[in-house]
Design a protein around this ligand. Structure first.
Ligand SMILES: [Zn+2]
Length: 417
């Protein structure tokens, strides 16, 4: 067998040396360092019987044509956040390349189905605040008008930064053409959380990505002098918000994978000599199940109304953003589970809290699954992000096995069933 997981680890270190500084990885999309990473990646394709091109959204596609036009897609992203880790996105891409090499060798350059490796453009949204940019263009879920106006912290317009890299935002819809013949999509990723490490398991099957309900909640009371206003006469907006901040733990606690966070609270007038008259809080709720998400939203809203009454305040809600949960494909979840059992032994199934390009691909109705490999300390988007080398190697083996099982599934004509 030509699969060489040690080569993947060596290449990841090579990429780290080329595109990191003392503060971590600097492969921010649409910057010179990112372009350098892409050039380096291209150099790795020499001698492989593949075609390479970039689509209208800047996603890089490497195609190994097979006996059938039906294609197995493998994906990752070479871009990073500023001061990022060496594995987030890059592991997926380099492991995918190793699997593609194995198919090319084993089948003398002509695997039974076409194998395509995609490097999604701007997964992180680090510079312009728009995550999953390239994959949403592929899936047809992007919003050109909203994105066009975005600027980075130096005031450079997104449209101009993309043009410098040869990408015209108006042509984004053309990226949807790449969906043609796509029969399945696989993505390996570091977990970026502590679950697998706490269970002492190297690998897990990702069931899907959690949906998000994000709301601004404003409690209104009465600003009053903090010296002259008796406690029982106060209409303290922060008191009501504080009760809610504690209550969301109980609301999330009823469901095994649900999370609720109040990550921001602003008080007005915000001085030590005044009772808080207005308090603006931001609530983020996530779960894989749309029903659970809806229940948590309703419960948080009811609780906020109760606490507002208790504190003689009123409360208003307005939605900041929401996204539906995306469940991955049952047949591929099953094969991913088998692949992990065969390479690493025990397996755990878990949802993903962070969004990934895989969610956009699944939204385009392409059967999709993801595999997670353990993250040390659960840390990511940080230069200390790390995974044991033995776990990286077993993740490449498991992805390869999953790819073989998925090719058989595609050949059996089960795609979409
Ligand atoms: Zn990533």
């Amino acid at each position: 067998m030509s699969l060489n997981p040690k080569r993947t680890v060596a290449e990841l270190k090579e990429l780290r040396a080329l595109t990191s500084d003392d503060n971590g990885a600097q492969r921010v999309a649409w910057t010179d360092t990112w372009l350098k990473a892409r050039e380096w990646f291209k150099s790795k394709l020499k001698g492989l019987p593949v075609e390479q091109h970039f689509d209208a959204a800047g996603n890089g596609w490497v195609t190994l044509p097979g006996a059938s036009e039906k294609a197995l897609l493998l994906g990752g992203h070479l871009d990073s956040v500023p001061n990022g880790g060496w594995l987030d996105g890059a592991l997926d891409e380099m492991a995918g390349l190793e699997v593609l090499r194995r198919f090319a060798t084993e089948f003398n350059g002509k695997p039974p189905v076409t194998i395509r490796l995609v490097d999604w453009a701007d997964e992180e949204g680090a510079r312009f605040g728009r995550s999953l940019l390239g994959s949403s263009a592929f899936a047809g879920t992007h919003s050109i008008e909203a994105d066009r106006k975005r600027t980075d912290k130096d005031g450079i317009r997104m449209e101009d930064a993309l043009r410098r890299c040869g990408v015209e935002i108006d042509r984004f819809p053309e990226a949807e053409r790449e969906q043609k013949n796509a029969a399945a999509y696989l993505e390996l990723h570091i977990e970026q959380g502590p679950v697998l490490e706490s269970m002492q398991l190297p690998l897990g099957v990702v069931l899907g990505t959690k949906g998000v309900e994000r709301h601004a909640i404003t409690f209104l009371g009465q600003e009053a002098h903090s010296g002259s206003t008796p406690m029982q006469a106060r209409r303290d907006a922060l008191a009501a918000a504080s009760k809610l901040a504690l209550e969301i733990r109980a609301i999330a606690g009823k469901h095994p994978d649900a999370v609720c966070t109040i990550g921001s609270v602003k008080t007005f007038p915000g001085i030590v000599t005044a009772v808080v008259g207005r308090c603006e809080a931001a609530l983020d709720q996530r779960d894989l199940d749309a029903g659970v998400l809806a229940t948590m939203y309703r419960e948080a809203k009811e609780a906020s109304e109760r606490f507002a009454r208790e504190e003689k305040c009123t409360v208003e809600w307005s939605r900041i953003w929401n996204i539906e949960p995306i469940a991955f494909h049952p047949a591929l979840i099953e094969r991913c589970e088998q692949a992990i059992r065969e390479t690493a032994g025990a397996v755990h199934k878990l949802p993903s809290g962070p969004l990934h390009d895989a969610a956009e691909v699944a939204r385009a109705a392409i059967p999709t699954v993801m595999m997670f490999v353990q993250s040390l300390g659960g840390i990511s988007h940080n230069k200390i992000e790390d995974t044991k080398e033995e776990h990286l190697e077993v993740s490449v083996l498991a992805l390869d096995r999953l790819a073989t099982k998925t090719v058989e599934w595609i050949q059996a004509g089960a795609a979409g069933s």
